[in-house]
Design a protein around this ligand. Structure first.
Ligand SMILES: Cc1cc2nc3c(=O)[nH]c(=O)nc-3n(C[C@H](O)[C@H](O)[C@H](O)COP(=O)(O)OP(=O)(O)OC[C@H]3O[C@@H](n4cnc5c(N)ncnc54)[C@H](O)[C@@H]3O)c2cc1C
Length: 390
């Protein structure tokens, strides 16, 4: 039962929506919103269009995502969300050689115990990150209502002129769209920021006279040293222990991938300077050989050297400060988080499981939104469409 000024979003008229960033979250968000009938344009700074998913590992350059070629595994909550909301994405990943994986069943029974009802929730579908993202992009590309514009860097938010903003809402500028490199203004009813964890949203808001979101950040304190491997037979190493194994000064992650590939990550404390030598492939190999439950994951053809990722930060942004949205009364503009796990590499929630599109649909997102319809052509609906206000 809806009360007061709230309306059922399913009966809202079409809004023009800009999603900033065509990463995993931006693309999923765009597809979900387009399915609700909205016109969604995704703006992505990286110019290269994705190749066929199966070729993405070799052929796709993505400078905008630092961890693009680093080991990834999609966790069961992501699979469950996709199965519920975007099942074609899972079909596309599987068609590109992605792997259906039961993270529990792959363990020897002596480790996991007998199967129980409900254990199927530990299933996932996974692939190397470029393959996975190209599959998501392929589905987004053919989703009616979604337009993806690559090579468009957003440089700021487009706001009302100060005079109009003053009259409208006590001086607080309203977000009307975004500015792209070259000064192009792109208008929308709603702007969704999916620029990842380094999103400049805070400074963009500040530039239009809005408060910055509250942000806490902390160095996660670890280094990743990852390598990818493959076998020609397509057979993966058997799992003798959990995907994530903790030892005294190293954690070992063994991550099955698509098309007979997998990756192994040695994670260490960044303060442990002696272990910086793990960036050398022969030292990395020698270190892995010392862990009997994981050493056989080296028995394949390496397809990378050692990829190192440091300086990982845990960030938490809140767009509601002391109960007040930083963009009160404006069309909704919010940041998709990219919480890098800090407890351990896979115990914590990964960002890709968190899709702002689902929250927008369910209306349970960071900014408490009270939706009311905007009449077509009204001054608050710059596109001329009916839309939403919050
Ligand atoms: C080392 C590491 C390992 C990880 N491993 C896993 C894992 O195993 N499993 C998992 O689920 N998650 C993992 N994650 C997290 C996962 O990579 C992120 O959650 C995911 O990339 C977030 O997606 P996103 O779309 O929010 O942001 P991103 O993937 O960062 O995409 C943001 C996009 O915005 C674009 N952009 C930025 N600024 C602009 C601008 N001004 N204008 C236009 N476009 C812009 C960028 O080019 C980019 O394409 C890992 C992260 C790290 C760092």
């Amino acid at each position: 039962m809806l009360t007061g000024t709230e309306v059922d979003t399913r009966r809202c008229t079409v809004a023009e929506i800009l999603v900033l960033g065509a990463g995993l979250c931006g693309l999923s968000t765009a597809m979900l919103l387009a399915r609700d009938g909205h016109q969604v344009t995704v703006l992505e700074r990286d110019p290269a269009a994705p190749p066929e998913p199966a070729q993405a590992w070799e052929a796709w350059e993505r400078r905008g995502v630092n961890q693009f070629r680093l080991p990834h595994v999609m966790l069961p909550p992501w699979r469950a969300r996709m199965e519920r909301e975007l099942p074609e994405v899972l079909d596309e990943v599987l068609a590109a050689g992605g792997l259906r994986l039961d993270t529990l069943a792959m363990l020897p029974e002596s480790r996991r115990g007998p199967r129980r009802d409900g254990d199927e929730r530990f299933q996932t579908v996974t692939a190397r990150r470029p393959v996975l993202e190209a599959a998501v992009a392929a589905v987004a590309d053919r989703t009616p209502g979604v337009t993806i514009r690559r090579g468009v860097a957003v440089t700021g938010l487009l706001a009302d002129s100060p005079a109009r903003a003053c009259a409208a809402q006590n001086g607080a500028a309203q977000v009307r769209g975004v500015l792209a490199a070259g000064g192009q203004a792109l208008r929308a009813d709603l702007v969704v920021d999916c620029c990842g964890r380094r999103s400049p949203l805070g400074s963009w808001l500040e530039a239009i006279g809005a408060p910055r979101p509250a942000e806490e950040r902390e160095d996660c304190g670890f280094f990743y040293y990852g390598r990818h491997f493959r076998t020609r037979t397509g057979e993966l190493p058997r799992a003798e222990a959990n995907l994530l194994q903790h030892y005294d000064s190293v954690s070992v992650l063994t991550l099955p991938g698509d098309n007979g590939t997998w990756s192994v990550v040695l994670t260490t404390a960044s303060r442990d300077r002696h272990l910086h030598a793990l960036r050398e492939p022969d030292r990395w190999d020698a270190a892995l050989a010392r862990y009997p439950l994981a050493a056989h994951w080296r028995d394949g053809e390496p397809i990378t050297g050692v990829d190192v990722m440091a300086g990982l930060e845990d960030r938490h942004r809140r767009l509601v400060v002391d109960g007040v949205p930083v963009r009160e009364g404006a069309e909704l503009s919010f940041a998709a988080g990219d919480p890098v796990p800090r407890v351990s590499t896979v115990d914590a929630r990964f960002g890709a499981d968190w899709c702002p599109g689902s929250r927008l649909r369910n209306r349970t997102m960071t900014v408490p939104i009270r939706l009311r319809p905007i009449r077509p052509g009204s001054p608050t609906s710059p596109s001329g469409y009916g839309g939403w206000r919050c």
